[in-house]
Design a protein around this ligand. Structure first.
Ligand code: FAD
Length: 300
């Protein structure tokens, strides 16, 4: 099926397991890969005319989709909407550009400040939506502005305008980040390379970097104990459901050991929340985005 003038192909029943780092979840009812701003607008109009929900997809690195699928038009940005250019101290990235590609361009241009994202396996747009961060920095601290598009049009928004706070943005459902501008600072490429190597080594030592996961399961609650430490103290590391296991390496990760369903991950999340509430009086809030009507039942 094609939308608008026929340049954009809208496919049906596309597996989301293949588009998420955890590797689980049913198909997207509709799926398209707009490569230009006008194709993105075409896709948004196509969905609006049919009252179809729009879900932007990055690299699926913080997503868990329902095993029965997602009744929406899932949009994965490509082409010009995943390109990266450098203009002075600005790095301009399409919303679908991978962080690794942005970091490569920044390093080549001698621009520092984005090193923290070396271990965040997502895209520029996904980073805005999650206000992703690590090592004391996040999108809010390096982003100058983002071009946000929905069926009503396009507008540039600043971090303050997007209400970027800890793993939160005020982006409304269906709004798509098409372009992100990062304001970076001069730094010799060799220094950037060394810093990234050091951060990657730290990451490898503490997290299951070579397993299929969806990143942090829960946000860190206020207080001294992070979500991972709480789950660890509940004795849940190595706890399994189907093909999913709470990572023995870092308890705020769930690994797909092979054949895991989204329902397996949800079962582990429910158990972790119940135990953290019972043992520490803490109600954990999930960081991973749940799609297709997946939800965590209230803790009894
Ligand atoms: C091994 C591993 C390590 C990780 N480490 C970190 C870390 O240190 N810090 C951290 O913050 N996160 C971390 N994550 C989680 C994840 O990488 C980030 O949240 C990342 O920003 C998600 O980007 P994505 O493009 O993959 O988004 P997706 O997972 O595809 O989507 C996440 C959300 O963003 C929305 N979205 C995606 N693209 C767009 C767009 N263009 N416009 C609007 N909305 C969009 C989706 O609709 C969804 O709501 C890690 C994940 C893994 C697997």
């Amino acid at each position: 099926m094609s939308a608008g003038d026929g340049t954009l192909e809208v496919r049906e029943h596309v597996s989301l397991a293949r588009h998420t780092t955890f590797g689980a979840g049913g198909p997207a009812r509709w799926y398209a890969e707009p490569a230009t701003l006008s194709q993105l607008e075409e896709a948004l109009h196509w969905a609006a005319e049919r009252s179809v929900v729009v879900v932007p997809l990055g690299l699926g690195s913080n997503l868990l989709a329902h095993d029965d699928g997602v009744d929406a038009l899932v949009l994965r940005l490509g082409g010009a909407l995943a390109a990266v250019i450098v203009e002075g101290s600005l790095l301009v990235a399409g919303g679908g550009a991978a962080n690794a590609v942005c970091l490569h361009h920044a390093r080549r241009a001698g621009l520092g400040g984005f090193e923290f994202a070396c271990a965040i396996p997502g895209t520029a747009g996904g980073g805005v939506r999650m206000n992703a961060g690590a090592y004391g920095s996040d999108w809010a601290s390096v982003m100058e502005r983002a071009l946000v598009v929905d069926a009503g049009g396009a507008a540039w928004r600043t971090p303050a305008g997007l209400d970027l706070t800890y793993r939160h943005s005020g982006l409304a459902p269906g709004q798509v980040v098409a372009v992100v501008e990062y304001r970076l600072t001069q730094r010799p490429p060799a220094e950037i390379r060394a810093h990234v190597a050091e951060l990657n080594a730290r990451r490898k030592a503490s997290q299951p970097t070579n397993r299929r996961t969806f990143g942090s399961v829960f946000k860190n609650p206020p207080g001294e104990l992070g979500a991972g430490r709480l789950i660890e103290l509940c004795g849940l590391q190595g706890h399994r459901s189907g093909g999913a296991v709470i990572s023995p390496r870092h308890a705020n990760f769930i690994e797909n050991e092979g054949g895991a369903l989204a329902a397996d991950a949800v079962a582990l999340m429910v158990e972790a929340r119940r135990r953290a509430r019972d043992q520490f009086g803490v109600m954990l809030e999930h960081e991973v985005v749940l799609l297709g009507g997946l939800e965590l039942p209230a803790v009894e």
